[in-house]
Design a binder for this molecule. Structure first.
Ligand SMILES: [Zn+2]
Ligand SMILES: [Zn+2]
Length: 332
């Protein structure tokens, strides 16, 4: 005996609200017609959601190729690329690859940005310029500006600043303009080890054993906080010279034998003992001890100073140097 057939008229449909209605939508972009489903666009983009509400009153608009919704804020090629992502084939889904060229992904990025399709925008970023050889940093900065992508901008400037990609200043100027080029060169001097050590300028010092260091760039090796943000006086009574860390003059030196290289967990630089720092004026020990106020709740005596950088320090500097531009219309 077979199971009794349920009476459908008394069944409550559980998923009536979340089941998409497969309503066809027809778009016209330039001279081409595209068919899709309304829910695909409405779910992916708040802009389309609003647009569909507006066209609701225009009866039948978008329901056939005789009466399509005309999209005049994009071109046919970009829209075709976006459709490949919104309407993937079974092969695309199983391989996770949409088979789009770089140019096509840029089209997808352009439209997903315009129409606030966040997930697709993020997806296109994972498909573009992932490898160092895909694009040079100055060209990536141009792309970052064109598409307003913050992460590309920071990545490209970091590559130049850290010397990962050697870019002549002349190329920076011709590609990015004088103002951006100057900022990048200054960032390199202020953040990396470029320009961190110099020969001590005083005559009479055994120059080959000491290196001049900018006091304003010395950090606590334990917590990476900058230790000298205000002027300090030399501890030697006969000297008491006030050294200003923000001055462009070299304000301290270290015995070259005191420095040890550090290459650990994202930090690149040198460590040295606080007692090995000398006053640029009297050549004697600059301070008996250094205190860090950021390591813990109470002040801590610093055991090691650090002159160097981490990637997050560089990122903060880049964000600071290009603050106005990056805080504006940039995304992701
Ligand atoms: Zn001194
Ligand atoms: Zn500290």
């Amino acid at each position: 005996m077979s199971d009794p057939v349920p009476d459908v008229s008394v069944l409550t449909i559980k998923n009536a609200d979340d089941e998409p209605t497969w309503e066809v939508v027809v778009f016209q972009v330039e001279e081409r017609i595209f068919h899709s489903f309304r829910h695909v666009f409405a779910n992916a983009s708040p802009v389309f959601n609003d647009r569909f509400l507006v066209t609701q009153n225009d009866l039948g608009r978008g329901s056939s190729k005789e009466k399509p919704i005309v999209l005049d804020d994009c071109n046919e090629k970009d829209f075709a690329s976006l459709m490949k992502v919104l309407r993937p084939t079974r092969k695309h889904v199983s391989s996770g690859d949409f088979g789009l060229s770089e140019e096509e992904w840029l089209g997808v990025l352009r439209l997903s940005t315009t129409w606030e399709m966040k997930q697709i925008q993020k997806l296109s970023l994972t498909k573009l310029f992932q490898n160092e050889e895909d694009i040079s940093p100055p060209d990536l900065i141009l792309r970052a500006r064109e598409y307003r992508i913050r992460s590309w901008f920071v990545k490209a400037v970091t590559r130049i600043v850290t010397g990962f990609h050697r870019t002549p200043t002349e190329t920076l100027i011709s590609t990015l303009g004088l103002s951006t080029a100057c900022k990048i060169v200054d960032l390199q001097l202020d953040t990396t080890l470029t320009g961190a050590f110099g020969p001590h300028p005083s005559v009479g010092t055994p120059r080959k054993f000491v290196a001049a260091v900018p006091l304003g760039r010395l950090r606590c090796a334990a917590c990476n906080t900058l230790l000298f943000t205000r002027p300090i006086a030399c501890a030697t009574n006969a000297c008491r010279k006030v050294l200003d860390p923000s001055s462009s003059l070299v304000s301290a030196f270290i015995m070259s034998t005191a420095a040890t290289l550090c290459l650990s967990t994202g930090t690149i630089g040198f460590y040295f003992n606080p007692t090995s720092v000398g006053c640029s004026s009297c050549q004697k020990q600059l301070f008996p001890r250094v205190t860090c106020f950021s390591c813990g709740e109470t002040p801590v005596t610093v055991e090691k100073l650090m002159l160097g950088y981490t990637e997050s320090m560089i990122k903060d500097h880049i964000m600071g140097a290009f603050k106005e531009e990056l805080e504006g219309l940039y995304d992701l």
